[in-house]
Design a protein around this ligand. Structure first.
Ligand code: SF4
Length: 114
């Protein structure tokens, strides 16, 4: 995605390459194998969501990660019927597991599917 990056921090992606080689520790990077697993996992989630929608599951079910929700910036807020004060209108609280724990789970799932 940043084809100009040779060393230093990218202006395009969340990654940087040291002059001595390798990535800076604050870079958001994944190995090619992990990236393949991530792509497969996300594709599976799209298929799962699409199947659920065509099967009639159309719940309004926004997530909450700590205190952040997608509703705060949503363009559809004025017409959306999600109202936390209504019964059965609850945010899906996402867990705040570390990146390594999540990647381990995705790797395990990929191994099960092989
Ligand atoms: S306002 Fe409604 S449509 Fe928008 S993110 Fe929240 S629940 Fe979803």
């Amino acid at each position: 995605m940043d084809e100009t990056l040779e060393s230093g921090h990218s202006q395009v992606i969340s990654a940087g390459i040291k002059k001595t080689g390798g990535f800076y520790s604050n870079s958001s990077v994944a190995s090619e194998e992990d990236f393949t697993h991530l792509r497969q996992y996300v594709r599976g989630k799209f298929v799962e969501a699409g199947t659920e929608i065509t099967n009639g599951k159309i719940d309004i079910s926004p997530y909450k990660l700590k205190d952040k929700t997608p509703c705060a910036f949503c363009e559809y807020r004025s017409i959306c019927q999600f109202d936390e004060s209504m019964e059965n209108n609850e945010y899906r609280q996402l867990s705040t597991e570390s990146q390594s724990v999540i990647l381990d789970k995705i790797r395990e799932e990929a191994k099960r599917d092989e």
